[in-house]
Design a protein around this ligand. Structure first.
Ligand SMILES: *Cc1c(COP(=O)(O)O)cnc(C)c1O
Length: 521
């Protein structure tokens, strides 16, 4: 509705010939106006008595005119946000095949554990003696992460994967500086996640690409040829973003170490190998683990991340503070470096306190409810599901690396074979009409029109078959050049948006329609 209370027809839904409702609603899925259009400056959901007169101490800086904030009555407020929430898509609604994101189910048991008052209702400045249980939890989770990765040290505080990368590279830089070796270059494969070169550049390194070989893996010979006294290290994602295991990882680590550099592994895809491969056995010096991917803590707008980093013995002295130590039955917090101790070279802190407590409790609940054998089953099932999708669709979608063997946790397709003018974007939009969140698209960059599908282990055979059927149908339409696909999504509340315009010229402030009209004249 507009401010006069008249209903304005939203530019939504359907081809021109399609029936449009008076309200813009689609059955019981209601079209939602902005709260500025629903509410008014004279409305509020609360009823407070006028404030008592007090002498102002603002020294003439009092607000002269009303601030003009829009308010809603309580039912308006409740409905506005409930309707918006119904337009949201999340892992609790349906399949979320976003590659490289590991959008798995978040078990409700985790939520229950995270809400226990001893974990949820504590403060980071509380005396350590009063929060021993919380420190026991952080310590135990750290021990699991060290065991699962085969690495001797862990920093729990980084708050996301990219934050963990920063933590790892700061430790690498400190280690190199400690030996008086200010190297300038970090090597990153072409298929790297965008956060890798961004992190290296943020740390002040020059970033250089290493090409991929014909099988989608790091070109070992090209890497070896580039190593030298200026190379601080490499950042390698394993399994990589083409969904492939880097088989040469040990040889890569050996070559980098022989040239005096250090090895960072992006462990965001750990879900594919957890319980089966220990990165510490592959010569890695630092690796972040996304608790919000592998260990099922909510993400994608649903919760904060958490990216603990494991370290090799060579890097452990440079790991950040604070960390939890166990002393008999007691836990204490090491907050400052101590000369001569094993952490004497620490580069400092990543965060003010200890990290994402709510994610730690969820991740440990997940780990303990699976156990070591259950975690191994997780990675096996995740890989099995991805290969099932790869093999079910390779007759309609080009799968560039399928000929080289099975994939890991995600299946990669290209746009090869679509009709003239049809793109990966059309397929993604068509999937929305079919009721699926689109897969990751146009990433990794090494494949044209890439479509990266990661089912995770938590989808059933029935759910995956339905997705395969939908993607098959949409892919066939893209191959046949179906013009209706070009108009997709047909059934969504909004059609194709001007994404470039929204990014380049964002309109971030709502203005009264009259003001906009005047400005246009
Ligand atoms: C998700 C992801 C990251 C970044 O993790 P955030 O928690 O989003 O910062 C880095 N690398 C890879 C391969 C990823 O999949």
């Amino acid at each position: 509705m507009n401010r006069e209370g008249r209903v304005t027809r939203p530019e939504t839904g359907g081809t021109d010939s399609e029936f449009k409702t008076f309200t813009g609603n689609r059955a019981l899925m209601l079209e939602e106006a902005l709260l500025f259009e629903v509410g008014g400056t004279d409305r509020t959901g609360v009823d407070i008595s006028p404030a008592p007169k007090v002498a102002s101490r603002l020294g003439g800086l009092e607000r002269a005119a009303p601030i003009g904030l829009y308010g809603l009555s309580e039912p308006e407020a409740v409905r506005h946000y409930t309707r918006l929430s119904r337009q949201n898509y999340g892992i609790d609604l349906g399949f979320f095949p976003l590659g490289s994101c590991t959008m798995k189910h978040n078990p409700r048991l985790n939520e229950k554990m995270a809400r226990l008052p001893g974990f949820a209702d504590i403060h980071p400045l509380q005396p350590v003696e009063t929060v021993q249980g919380a420190f026991a939890l952080i310590y135990e989770l750290g021990e699991w992460l060290k065991t699962l990765t085969g690495m001797p040290a862990v920093a729990m505080s980084p708050k996301a994967g990219a934050h963990g990368e920063l933590c790892g590279l700061l430790a690498i830089r400190s280690a190199l500086e400690a030996r008086g070796d200010a190297r300038q270059v970090v090597l990153v494969p072409e298929s790297a996640h965008g956060t890798n070169p961004a992190t290296a550049a943020f740390c002040g390194y020059a970033v250089e690409n290493i090409p991929a070989d014909a099988e989608g893996r790091v070109d070992l010979e090209a890497l070896k040829a580039r190593l030298g006294p200026d190379v601080a290290g490499v950042m390698i994602t394993n399994p990589n973003t083409c969904g492939l295991f880097e088989r040469d990882m040990s040889a890569i680590s050996d070559a980098v170490h022989a040239a005096g550099g250090l090895v960072y592994c992006d462990g965001a895809n750990f879900n594919a190998i957890v319980g089966r491969v220990r990165p510490g056995d592959l010569g890695i010096d630092a690796m972040h683990i996304n608790l919000h991917k592998t260990f099922s803590t909510p993400h994608g707008g649903g919760g904060p991340g958490s990216g603990p980093v494991v370290f090799s013995a060579a890097l452990a002295p440079f790991a950040p503070l604070p960390f939890v130590e166990k002393d008999g039955a007691n836990y204490h917090l090491v907050e400052e470096e101590t000369a001569g101790e094993h952490h004497a070279g620490t580069f400092g802190r990543m965060v003010a306190f200890h990290g994402q407590m709510g994610m730690f409790s969820r991740a440990l609940a997940y780990i303990l409810s699976h156990g070591a054998d259950g975690l191994r089953q997780v990675s096996e099932d995740a890989v099995l599901n991805a290969n099932y999708i790869l093999r079910s669709l390779e007759d309609v979608l080009d799968a560039p690396f399928a000929g080289t063997g099975p994939c890991m946790h995600e299946a990669l397709f290209s746009d090869d074979g679509f009709a003239e003018g049809f793109t990966t974007l059309d397929v993604a939009k068509g999937l929305i009409d079919e009721g699926f969140h689109p897969m990751t698209m146009y990433f990794p960059l090494v494949v044209h029109g890439a479509m990266l599908v990661e089912p995770t282990e938590t989808e059933s055979r029935r759910a995956i078959d339905q997705f395969v059927g939908a993607l098959r149908s949409v892919a066939e339409r893209a191959r046949a050049g179906d013009p209706v696909l070009k108009a997709a999504p047909v059934f969504a509340p909004r059609r194709r948006l001007d994404e470039t315009g929204a990014a380049r010229k964002p309109v971030l402030v709502w203005r009264e329609p009259e003001v906009v009209a005047e400005a246009a004249e």
